[in-house]
Design a protein around this ligand. Sequence first.
Ligand SMILES: Nc1ncnc2c1ncn2[C@@H]1O[C@H](COP(=O)(O)OP(=O)(O)OP(=O)(O)O)[C@@H](O)[C@H]1O
Length: 906
Amino acid sequence: MACSSQSALDYVRQARVHLVRELKHLSVIVENLYQRNVFSDEEVIIIQEEINDYDKTRKILDLVMRKGEAACYEFLRIINMTRKRTLGTPFLFPYNKSGAWTETKTFDLHHWISCYSFKEDTQMDINYLQGSRPCHRYQAKLKSKAGRMSNEFWKANKYLFDDSHKPDLSYTPLVLDTEGSVSTFKIKKSKSKKMSRPQKLRMYLPEEKSEISPGDLLKTDKNIVLVGKAGIGKTALTQEMLKVWAESDSEELDYMFYFDMRETTSDFMSMSLEDLLFSVFSEPDEGKEEVLADMKKNSESVTIIFDGITDLSSSVVRRLVEKDLLPDAKIIITCRPDDEEDFFSWDSLRVEVKGFSEQSIETYLSATLGEQKSKVWSNLELLTLCYVPMYAVMVAACFSTEDPQPCTITEVYISIVRFCLQTNSNKTKTRHLESYINSKGMEILSLAEVAFQATEGKTANLTELPCKDSSVLSFLKPLVIQRNFTERYATHAFLHYTMQEFFAALWLLKNPDKAKDVLQQCLTEGMKHMRHLIPFMCGLLSEKSPSLMKCLIPAEELKNTSNWFFKEMITTFSHCLCEQDEADTEDSGSDVDILFLCRCLYESQCPDACIYLLDKLDYCLDLAGESLDPYSCYAVAYVVTQSKEKKIQLNLEDVMVSEHGMRRLFGCLKNVQWCDPLPRQLWKIFLLGEGPMDHISLLALDGNQLHLPVEGKRQLFERAVKVMQKISTKVNVCLYWNRPTPVCQSLCELLLEAWPHINSLSFRKTYRGPGLQDQDQHHGSLGREEKGLLLDLCLKAALHKGESFLGVVNALFSLFSVENDNSNIYLDFYQRVESERCSSVIPKLRALFQSVPVWFIDLSERKASILLEVLKLQSEKKQVVLTSWSHEDSEVRSFLQCLPYISQLR
Ligand SMILES: Nc1ncnc2c1ncn2[C@@H]1O[C@H](COP(=O)(O)OP(=O)(O)OP(=O)(O)O)[C@@H](O)[C@H]1O
């Protein structure tokens, strides 16, 4: 290696003979030398006047060497920084396998320049021109076009979102698989045990194996085939590559072109390279020939993207792909799996675009929906549907609108179908879409038919493809099924199973005679999966649905079907619900429950059908034990809200609801009977729910009352304390006993901590004890349980509350409304202290008992010895009123011992 003290002049001189032969892009070298003030204007002219490149090179070298050491050093720097262009392609063979220089006649200028040891100087930041000015200007033009195209691509779908919720759409990482071969589209017939529906749906989510970014793909110098299903993100990926390139600040002179083959294929047929690059994409503002020549000479600096290629019928595209034109250019093509065949033998990197991983779906939904994300996130069907980015856009767009516009699941699917058709009809304007759907009616309905047959046959593989129309194919992906080692067959499947169910429902509406059978099938063990078609049928029958249906099935036919369908469905399913109730089995096998019916009716948006169902259910919706995602809450709230004249009885025992769902349910509570145990159920849901809940609204709903059971999870009571501490007004606490039991420790702790925030305490018993009715016991005499609770609390206060004990006990007495009867409760308290052997607190009781002016005692019920102990504790004699007498001698004797402490006896 040369050392830094090495003379630049000598270094150039030694290589002069090779440089004269090899140097390329002389204009670049001259321009850089001129910029660095090595050459003057006159010298540049002198060089340009030389006739051929050989003479030009000699002139440059001679002039530089004549100018001495500094000029040669500058020359070497320029060669070093522009070596890719000025030294041409490097030779590899002068080195042996271990990298040592071998005797050879060829002098490698790349090696030569890399051996010169440059000073650690500031020139690193200087921009050296890599090509002529027109080339650099053209590169800048292409970069600005690439940036613009990418921006326009991401903006194009913004119109789908509500004006108030327009998100900034941008690239979200896609799962890119470079390991798979064509066979990744194969699926093996699994003999493993049956999977549940959630398991099956989760299978759609691709797993991220190794993260590959668009930037990584740009860096590889291989050609690339991006293969993926319709709407999976191939164009988005190429647009992101354009953006990354446009924003890169590398000094390299390179060029990038993008062609949307769906838009331009027909024009490409007989085009020249120049026309393709300059006329179709972008024309240089100056030096057209020079730019084209530069690209031809340095074809490794050209990248061309052909997006959505279906064949190689255009000769210019074929010649580029086959390396007949621009042999070192990097060609990137995107195609759907069906069209990949033409590129099997192409020397390229195959990248399968697999869509969004679960993580990316979350990122995408957070970016587009923010907090509203939970509406989609909690619904596995919709969540897994979003692995196809084109579907994710529509899901996000549908849910981006806030209430009062309800969005049913069917509406989301209809929007997706319309969006796919629009994209596939070569971006037909929305206003032309209707006629496009009309013209494709046959194809769409034939797809619906195969969807129905497959669903009925419990398979996702479509036995036969209805047609090869692209509008139909955009919902499908090709599959190769491996029957055994030797046998395979090609088929198709929907991009998502729920899409198949949607189309199957569509077919049923075209063939309503079959719908009755399907309703019956839903109730059988073997065919219960058919129930997933019913909500879609209801949604498609809805008069509010966007106009997909009217393009496919005459409105009259739909009306005829809806006239009987909802009633038939409710009768069939509610009958099955009654049978379940009678059999009282948890698992009837049909999986049709009230929640399912509510979902169907929400999809239908049909108030009459809701009333029909409520009537069948006696206006009672029992949702006990259900887990209600936000969508289910929308559905329940919708059904309840339809009952304007009669209030609904709602059972929410042990129901799980998210905060978002709760907000929905709140809206319908005015139509619900507000009585036990609903308030307690709601408080339980609120306090045990995840995420922040709107406690203020719940308190406001019911006279500032907080309802709590006397037994429950610790978290329930801990959160209740926090709620009470947070709000400024005191709350009215209502405690529920649903069996005769002491209250749990956590409740005691709550009351001892939160009593300053409690305005009143009331008690309700929801059990029927001997001689007891359902009770609502407010102030007044205490029942056994309440008294037990009060004494527990007083004892705990005595044990743990130190100085503040008196204040706490008095506050508790007043909360339990026992002022008028206090002497009895004091005796009870003393008795409890003794029985618990807490003698250490007895001295504390003196101050408490001091305030009692008269002691009342019923000797038929209480031992006189207790009175004696209590009287002894006090420093002065007290009045005693004896309300009943004991006939036991020992009691009489005990009482006589009290006399010295009594001032007056009545
Ligand atoms: N990585 C991504 N990040 C965010 N949105 C994406 C992404 N990929 C795709 N999308 C969204 O999905 C829509 C469809 O994607 P795209 O056009 O890239 O699909 P495609 O694979 O090229 O489909 P086709 O085969 O029909 O051409 C895009 O308009 C874009 O809104």
